[in-house]
Design a protein around this ligand. Structure first.
Ligand code: FE2
Length: 419
């Protein structure tokens, strides 16, 4: 593992000697990187000489939404109030967000508590990037070289507030315990990402409550299968939230760029979470809703209903033309057209081909139409979102206690704050 060259971890002894010393146990008791992973402490080895152009760093920042970045140099000459700060760093604390540090020069110790509340000392050197999860008790100290330069990263606007121990009522702490300490199953990195993108202080994973609920009833036949299905759905849902938490969506249906961005985000959500695209979903809806319909007219009416429910407009007027075509065929047949009437249906299809030609619709361009459809749907969804937010704000404005507050433009809202 290339990380081993720049990150080492071990259990600490109990001595009160200088905090800058390694504090190994006797004999030394090293901790594997896997063990750190299991505690939610993630790490990478990166090219610290080229952090400005490093594609790998860029990828990590994109994947984990680390939009904010600055540097922090810790040494007596560079850090104002050095002594006081150093003391603070070494006080055991937690944060409600991840602590992300990339050591680009020098070295230092991050101490974290393990599941049994024992101190693990993590020595990071140039090239090591580590993420301490929200809610983990930890502290920092320089080593005897007395120097580190670290890149600090953050999702959105940074919050560096340390909450000194004890601070066990914070949701971030509860979530950490629920996910990494108590239940014995540890999230992998991907799931962990989702954990950290959940709302800051007000949401506790359902699992935290589940743990305290009554013992589960004896497993029934098929439970395992059901569990599998639920876990699959949960994973998809969490993956989707993960994407949404990272991407900026602007509620501006009138702005083509915003619509395109929204459509792109939704596409990423679908690809990552393995979900249907809107057009696939419409196809699926059409299939399930129409499979028992016998006659062509009810079939077309159902298509229209689905279209309207989706908020889609028919700018080309294709629908009216399709009904005209059906009228024409039925007049010819002198009876209602049934869908199992192959001959009648081929007449209708021939009429539909004519319509397509007239409107300049080429079946080979289907992927293009699908893309246009996705954009149209994206626009409709943004419009709906705008309507809903505006309505919610209007309702709020009517309440007395909010009367002095100004209504904001939905455009200025950042959905990521609410996920
Ligand atoms: Fe910290």
């Amino acid at each position: 593992d290339p990380r081993q060259g720049v990150i080492q971890a071990w259990y600490m002894d109990d001595s009160d000697e200088d905090q800058r010393l390694p504090h190994h146990k006797e004999p030394k008791q090293f901790v594997t990187l896997k063990h750190l992973d299991d505690l939610g402490v993630l790490s990478w080895r990166l090219d610290a000489d080229n952090y400005e152009t490093d594609g790998e760093l860029k990828k990590i920042r994109e994947a984990r939404g680390y939009s904010y970045m600055d540097f922090c140099e810790v040494c007596p000459e560079k850090l104002p109030n050095y002594d006081e700060k150093i003391k603070h760093f070494f006080e055991e604390h937690l944060h409600t967000d991840e602590e992300i540090r990339y050591c680009v020069a020098g070295s230092g110790y991050f101490d974290v508590r393990d599941r049994d509340d024992k101190w693990i000392r993590i020595w990071v050197k140039k090239g090591a990037m580590i993420v301490l999860p929200a809610g983990i008790y930890h502290r920092f100290t320089l080593d005897s070289d007395n120097y580190i330069k670290a890149m600090r990263l953050f999702v959105g606007d940074p919050v560096w507030t340390p909450h000194n121990r004890p601070n066990d009522d914070l949701a971030a702490r509860k979530a950490y315990l629920a996910n990494f300490v108590n239940n014995g199953t540890y999230y992998n990195q991907d799931l962990y990402t989702i954990q950290t993108i959940l709302p800051k202080d007000n949401v506790i994973p359902a699992r935290y409550y589940v743990k305290e609920a009554a013992p589960a009833p004896k497993a029934l036949k098929g439970d395992e299968m059901l569990k599998g299905i639920f876990l699959d759905v949960k994973k998809k849902f969490e993956t989707a939230l993960g994407v949404l938490r990272q991407e900026k969506i602007t509620i501006a249906p009138e702005d083509p760029a915003a619509v395109q961005q929204y459509a792109n985000v939704m596409k990423t959500v679908r690809e990552k979470a393995d979900l249907f695209s809107e057009s696939q979903r419409i196809q699926y809806t059409i299939q399930t809703r129409t499979q028992n319909i016998q006659d062509a007219r009810t079939y077309l009416l159902t298509l229209k209903e689905i279209r309207l429910k989706r908020g889609l407009s028919d700018e080309l007027g294709a629908e009216a033309m399709m009904f005209d075509a059906l009228d024409k065929v039925e007049k010819q047949l002198k009876k209602p057209l049934m869908r199992n009437d192959n001959q009648g249906m081929s007449l209708l299809m021939a009429e539909f081909d004519k319509i397509n030609k007239k409107l300049g619709i080429n079946p080979n361009d289907l992927p293009k139409y699908e893309e246009q459809l996705e954009l149209k749907i994206a626009k409709a969804q943004l419009e709906e979102l705008k309507k809903e937010t505006t309505e919610a704000m209007e309702t709020q404005a009517k309440k007395e206690e909010f009367q002095d507050e100004q209504m904001v433009d939905p455009k200025s809202l950042d959905i990521r704050n609410f996920i």
